[in-house]
Write a protein that binds this ligand. Structure first.
Ligand SMILES: [Zn+2]
Length: 122
């Protein structure tokens, strides 16, 4: 592999997407593990020390999956922008988002100025 050429934004996003899909698969199988453990467990909830632990594991896995689904949606939008040539431009003001910001947040849709304005309005 050559180190001379930097990967394009599209390649980086596609690689990140692959990774997210794998992580989502792990989160999904963890959820189904917990689901089957629950189904096979005793009905004696009050005296089941595992009950609360499973609930905590469940909400953690659910939160993880929700975050991954959200990031995948952002990645898909970013890949759409790569495809139509608008990637790297702010969707609000049209100015370049800035290389450093894109490295830190490859799915950024807003330049730092617009992000601050939008954030301040929340
Ligand atoms: Zn902007």
């Amino acid at each position: 592999m050559s180190t001379a050429a930097e990967p394009s934004p599209g390649e980086l996003l596609a690689a990140r997407r692959e990774q997210l899909l794998r992580e989502a698969g792990v989160a999904e199988s963890r959820l189904s593990d917990i689901r089957s453990t629950r189904a096979g467990g005793s009905d004696d909830d009050e005296h089941d020390p595992e009950g609360e632990t499973l609930s905590a594991q469940w909400s953690q896995a659910e939160g993880l999956r929700a975050g991954l689904v959200d990031e995948l949606a952002q990645l898909d939008r970013a890949l759409d922008r790569v495809a139509d040539g608008t990637y790297g431009s702010c969707v609000r003001c049209g100015r370049p988002i800035g290389a450093e910001r894109l490295v830190a947040r490859p799915t950024a849709e807003l330049c730092i100025d617009c992000a601050r304005i939008v954030e301040a309005r929340r």
